[in-house]
Ligand binder design. Structure first.
Ligand SMILES: [Ca+2]
Length: 451
């Protein structure tokens, strides 16, 4: 164990250690720790899977995982790439752990999901887009510094139609063939699985697709009814199938859990500008019934499709509309792996009971931090209140007049498309949500001691 890993591991809390006994890692060894796989796509909208209503994109492999597993219909990421990755990796809203506040640069001392699992005996790999080191090589912030035993991918996005590939710390070539990346990442993922089939392993596959500049390989190009973007998603689906087939062939399916989700909503209209400046193809992703797009605090910016599959752990044929989020993965995986949480406060909530069928309801009732650098909205139960810009400097949200223009209240249960602002009809709800906003503004602060 190197010094950094040691310093971080002693930061794990004793209370968490005591509470860490779980069925997934019983001392008797009658059940092996499950292998954990996350497939994280880029800029894929809520509506861009067959099992989430797409009529133009065929995703039979992921649809089958949903059928055999759990479909989560109110699952949250963050509105843009880097912050979304910081959140997934740390179980925290980015302001707690990001050097830049927003989440494009994850502090080296922040405890990641890979470190938690490595500490619990897992071999860990990140394959694909990193994007939490400011797109550069910043010592201490790189995948191998943040708990990943193996890394293959690109430090940043592919905005210019070219990526710089790196294996661990070694620079490789700089390909401009965007169509090759989904297959190549999957090849790497399969090699990692084969090499570590005795487990337990944690594999995080963060696809560069479908972030512009998008492209699909010959096998998929022109084959979908959803433009090139549809071809790209169908290629991702096929490659998810390759990973699942490999798990089955190696006899690992029963002891592996796969989570498939996206980092934020689709580009939609903003992308026209992007295409002009970067020359890529139009990414025609769909938020389905949701309002808004990537970068916004509307549901379409942050609510993403999510499928959880694991035939030995996750009872199939279920769907759940309770709130869950990428920040919940760290504590959920920690529980399943018998691992320990960081000793500082995190925002994620253990959802292992929901995943394994021990509970029928999500453990998450509140989602505080819809943000775009600052607090934008809060949600509790069915209610979502936009508060961004409502409080003046030094003013608490509770003191904001109800007729203040920025306040907007939506009932997501009856109005998933956020069409009808009902702020004037539910003063008690607004009052309660303003208190939550105050709590969030007060408490979601940088963790002390992370530098
Ligand atoms: Ca993204």
């Amino acid at each position: 164990m190197n010094r950094r890993a040691f310093c971080k591991s002693v930061g794990l809390s004793a209370a968490a250690a005591l509470a860490g006994k779980s069925w997934g890692a019983s001392a008797g060894g009658d059940r092996k720790k499950p292998n954990l796989v996350v497939v994280f796509t880029d800029d894929q909208g809520y509506g861009d899977l067959g099992c989430f209503g797409s009529k133009t994109i065929r995703t039979p492999r992921i649809d089958a995982l949903a059928k055999e597993g759990l479909r989560l219909t109110s699952f949250y990421a963050q509105p843009v790439c880097g912050p979304s990755r910081s959140a997934l990796l740390t179980g925290c809203y980015p302001p707690r752990v990001a050097a830049d506040g927003r989440g494009w640069q994850l502090k080296g001392k922040a405890v990641t999901i890979a470190e938690v699992l490595k500490d619990a005996g897992y071999t860990t790999a990140c394959i694909g887009k990193w994007d939490v080191s400011g797109r550069r090589n910043r010592p201490g912030m790189m995948p191998n510094d943040q708990g990943f035993d193996y890394y293959f991918g690109t430090w940043g996005a592919n905005d210019g139609g070219r990526v710089r590939l790196t294996r661990n710390r070694e620079p490789l070539e700089n390909p401009n063939d965007m169509a090759s990346l989904t297959g190549r990442y999957t090849d790497e993922a399969i090699q990692f699985i084969r090499k570590h089939k005795d487990g337990p392993f944690f594999l995080y596959v963060a696809h560069t697709m479908a972030h512009v500049v998008i492209d699909a390989s010959k096998q998929f190009k022109g084959k979908s009814k959803g433009d090139l973007y549809g071809d790209v998603i169908e290629e991702i689906d096929w490659n998810v199938g390759r990973i699942v087939d490999e798990l089955k062939q190696l006899g690992l399916a029963k002891n592996t859990i796969v989570v498939f989700t996206s980092d934020n909503g689709p580009w939609c209209q903003r992308e026209a500008h992007y295409r002009k400046t970067h020359g890529g193809h139009l990414a025609t992703g769909s938020p389905g019934p949701l309002r808004g797009h990537k970068g916004s605090n509307w549901e379409g910016g942050v609510r993403v499709p999510c499928v959880v599959w694991g035939p030995g752990h996750i009872p199939g044929g279920r769907e759940n509309s309770g709130m869950a989020a990428t920040i919940d993965l760290l504590p959920t995986f920690a529980k399943l792996a018998g691992g320990h949480l960081p000793k500082y406060d995190i925002d994620g909530i253990d959802q292992s009971a929901l995943l394994t069928g021990a509970a029928t309801k999500s453990a998450r009732q509140k989602h505080f931090y819809y943000h775009n650098g600052k607090l934008g909205a809060v949600r509790q139960g069915q209610w979502k209140l936009f508060v961004g810009g409502a409080a003046k400097k030094g003013q608490s949200f509770s003191d904001v007049p109800f007729d203040s223009a920025p306040l907007q209240l939506y009932d997501l249960e009856s109005d998933i498309g956020e069409k009808k602002n009902v702020v004037s009809e539910h003063p008690e709800t607004v009052r309660a949500l303003l208190k939550l906003a105050d709590w969030a503004a007060e408490n979601i602060r940088p963790v002390e001691g992370l530098g």
